[in-house]
Design a protein around this ligand. Structure first.
Ligand code: ADP
Length: 822
């Protein structure tokens, strides 16, 4: 996030205020606001924002009108739509008009942040590739998150069984160590004034009453107040918990909220590895499960001393919490929970409300007793009703005379036709945040009293964990599905391979093109990919930064460009592109060049030959002999130009490029041998300064020789007699560089951007013979090899041309990286 300007166009002042005053500045964006479409378009023209957040349902000029107007004005600012439920049709039209993404109101803070980041990063140049990389990474990360969520769920289930307290602690610690990959887990429990500690390390569970008193360690004391402590110190003695207990990294979270039952911590005592934010949230979720399990265990322990009706109730409560923490399907969780709650109390209606932070309102997620269809339409502002009070303050509340209660919000009854007499509300709290409320209505047998409150709070604790988990899971799952669908239906074959060279994922096109089924997932690439050349390409050694390409022809005669890139930490990705048509065109071009070169060069050679015979025949008067010489010179010039043009076309079309590992030392030796004669004619010294070790280049040897040769030839041509041309060769940052430096006429500053263009010649150099194609050829050769060429020059003082080509990433054959004596 870097200070991008975002324009919000929405007629709702509340939303505009929330976005421009709170959310956008909090994410580091600058913001502007317009309250109708016309003002919005004017602001886009005046301020050119980086992104526009546009409400679809604006009065007069609607969101669609705004998009249409932007298209007419050819303004291409990325637009994110804000729509309500049920506007899907208009949203589709909006996408056709170029909208980039959408947010469905009410949206969460995270949704806004993610959408803006996504769209802004797509809007940057070169984002296509970056996007694909992001897509790959996000998909892999998402799979891991899902895996963790599933693990956590299994742990939750394991903890929900009828367990002894000691076993809850042991399993909880084992899970904490497993989830965070820590060396040791520690749990302190508040037992009266004591704080016994338990540790779990190397599968050993130990109770250590005297380990440490957290109340004496300031950071742990903070955790007892509800804070989280995450710290690492890799030098010195590390983090000292007591004199005898030091750690390299610690992550400690409270167990429970009010009251805090203890501390759950994981530590790395010797390994210098810190804990991540992701591990922090996993540990917090786990702490929720452990607290639930402890409460169940305590409830069961109390059973024996209670009358039998209470025993049944305790069992039902235990079953209820177990039921609601055992699924990640939000709907199922809520349906089960609300029905069980209903069965537990003799009540007429009950509902679970979820807070929408950005809209500061509440909606019903599940309910019993009132028509669900009606309830799901109701949105209660946070400042209304007993439920609003509970969520606003985090306090429970009940009344047995709802109609006369000052906080009662009769509007809900008006819509549902239900008559609320008594009501009990408790907050749903997750990770110290209020996420909603549980509401019980019209107790039949007796009025509500504090015992009901206790039971409701107990259930709400488990319910909050379950709801929050299910919401997170839903989010993660839908994003993963989106990503997977994007990959699956991509029109290019894509295969993702793990670090052990096994197939991790392959999309529809890849299965079709490579004649594979989904069964190959998990199997080694070399065993399943039928084309040996492709299989070898996929498993070749790759660095984290490097990617490579290969062109292959399939048995059905289609030609494919295969691109292989690393996914750091996960493996590699293969993307294939069908280039059959391009290849076909290139072949036609190649045939055409061959024909032209043959059909034109042969007659030209004859003209040159006969002009020379004519000139030397000895019977011609002087004037005719001069004419014959002109014909000869002009034809030679034409032939040179024809050859250069053919070379250029061939290089650009990548035709006949025969790459192999080339040693620059060898090429330089050949070039010097070729041009020594020219240099001697002008008494110019050619000096070679090459580093002893230069990695090889994967190149067409003839083209490499031609590129360096052209540069040295020019240096000789554009230098005065008796001067010196120096050729430097060395390698740096994975590239090989050849520099040709002369003390010649130099190039005017204003001509420098054009000298690599075809036929461009500097005015002052017209006395020197040339056709303006030499440098164009050098540039084409450099680019065809993934390199570049540039010049530095001072008029009258000389020029230095640098040719830079990537060093080969292929492992050098035993004799390729040799030192050549100079
Ligand atoms: P040409 O056949 O004219 O040499 P090139 O494409 O090789 O064509 O070069 C284009 C122009 O760049 C030249 O005409 C000349 O004006 C300028 N040029 C190239 N190399 C040098 C050099 N070493 N010193 C000065 N000018 C140069």
């Amino acid at each position: 996030m870097s200070n991008e300007l975002i324009l919000v166009i929405d007629d709702s002042r509340e939303i505009v205020k929330h976005l421009t005053e709170h959310l956008l500045p909090a994410f580091g964006y600058r913001s502007l606001a317009a309250f109708d479409g016309r003002a919005g378009v004017a602001m886009i023209q005046r301020h050119q924002p980086d992104l526009v957040l546009l409400d679809l349902n604006l009065p007069e000029m609607t969101g669609l009108d705004v998009l249409q107007r932007l298209a007419q004005l050819s303004i291409r600012v990325p637009v994110v739509l804000m729509t309500g439920y049920g506007s899907e049709k208009s949203a589709i039209t909006a996408f056709r008009l170029g909208a980039r993404d959408y947010l469905i109101k009410p949206f969460t803070t995270d949704e806004v942040r993610e959408t803006l980041q996504r769209v802004l990063s797509q809007a940057q140049p070169g984002a296509g590739e970056a996007q694909l990389t992001q897509l790959r990474q996000a998909n892999a990360e998402m799979s891991q998150r899902l895996q963790e969520m599933k693990q956590l769920l299994r742990i939750g289930q394991a903890l929900a069984g009828p367990l002894e307290m000691q076993e809850v602690i042991r399993r909880g610690l084992a899970a904490a160590v497993h989830l965070t990959q820590a060396e040791e887990g520690v749990m302190w429990l508040v037992v009266g004034n004591e704080m016994p500690a338990f540790t779990y390390t190397n599968s050993q569970f130990t109770e250590m009453p005297a380990l440490i008193q957290p109340t004496h360690a300031p950071n742990l004391a903070d955790v007892l107040q509800g804070k989280t402590w995450r710290q690492s110190a890799f030098s010195g003695t590390g983090i000292l918990l007591t004199e005898a207990y030091a750690a390299r990294a610690i992550l400690a979270v409270p167990l429970g909220e009010t009251p805090v039952l203890g501390i759950l911590a994981v530590v790395n005592r010797t390994t210098p590895r810190s804990f991540s934010e992701q591990q922090q949230s996993l540990l917090k979720m786990l702490s929720g499960f452990i607290v639930g399990a402890m409460q169940q265990t305590r409830a069961r322990a109390d059973q024996s001393t209670q009358p039998s009706t209470d025993q049944t109730e305790a069992r039902t409560l235990a079953e209820l919490t177990r039921g609601i923490t055992s699924s990640l399907d939000l709907k199922q969780v809520l349906r089960q929970a609300i029905h069980r709650v209903h069965a537990l109390w003799d009540i007429e209606a009950s509902s679970i409300w979820l807070l929408n932070e950005s809209r500061r309102s509440l909606r019903v997620l599940a309910s019993v007793g009132v028509t669900t269809g009606l309830m799901s339409k109701i949105e209660v502002p946070l400042n209304k009703g007993l439920v609003g009070y509970t969520v606003r303050t985090g306090k429970w509340i009940y009344t047995n005379d709802a109609r006369n209660h000052p906080l009662h919000h009769p509007a809900i009854d008006d819509i549902t036709g239900f008559s609320t007499r008594s009501l009990l509300c408790v907050p749903l709290v997750f990770r110290q945040r209020i996420i909603g409320a549980l509401e019980l209505v019209n107790k039949r047998s007796a009025p509500f009293h504090t015992q009901d409150v206790e039971r409701a709070i107990f259930i709400a604790t488990a319910l909050a964990v379950a709801v929050a988990n299910a919401l997170l899971y839903k989010q993660a799952h839908s994003r993963q599905r989106q990503l997977a669908a994007t990959l699956e239906y991509s029109t290019s074959p894509i295969m993702i391979i793990d670090t052990r060279q096994r197939v991790l994922l392959l999309n529809r096109e890849a299965r079709a093109r490579l004649d594979l089924t989904s069964q190959v997932v998990g199997q080694p690439v070399e065993q399943v990919v039928h084309f040996a050349e492709l299989a070898q390409f996929i498993v070749q050694p790759l660095t984290d930064a490097g990617s490579c390409q290969l062109q292959i022809e399939m048995p059905d005669e289609t030609v494919w460009l295969c691109m292989l890139g690393p996914i750091p930490g996960y493996g590699r990705v293969l993307i294939m592109q069908d280039i059959t048509t391009l290849h076909h065109i290139a072949t036609i071009k190649s045939d055409l060049f061959t024909t032209i070169s043959h059909d034109m060069r042969a007659p030209l050679a004859s003209i040159i030959e006969f002009a020379s015979l004519l000139r030397d025949s000895g019977h011609l008067p002087d004037v005719q002999r001069r004419y014959a010489t002109y014909i000869g010179n002009a034809s030679t010039h034409m032939l040179t130009m024809l050859n250069d043009l053919l070379d250029l076309a061939r290089i650009n079309a990548r035709i006949n490029q025969a790459r192999q590992l080339c040693q620059v030392h060898d090429t330089l030796r050949d070039v010097l041998a070729d041009l020594q004669g020219n240099a001697i004619l002008k008494n110019i010294t050619l000096r070679l300064k090459a580093a002893e070790i230069i990695p090889p280049i994967s190149a067409d040897p003839m083209q490499l020789r031609q590129a360096i040769g052209n540069l040295v030839d020019n240096a000789i041509k554009y230098s005065p007699a008796n001067s010196e041309v120096i050729i430097h060769a060395y390698s740096a940052n994975g590239a090989v560089l050849v520099q040709v430096q002369d003390k010649g006429i130099g190039i005017p500053h204003s001509d420098m951007p054009f000298i690599f263009d075809r036929f461009y010649r500097v005015q002052t150099s017209h006395s020197v013979e040339g056709n303006g194609l030499g440098l164009a050829i050098v540039r084409s050769i450099a680019e065809a090899h993934g390199g570049q060429v540039w010049v530095e020059s001072e008029l009258g003082a000389g020029s230095t041309f640098t040719l830079q080509l990537p060093a080969s990433t292929l492992p050098p054959a035993p004799d390729t990286q040799t030192a050549v004596p100079r």
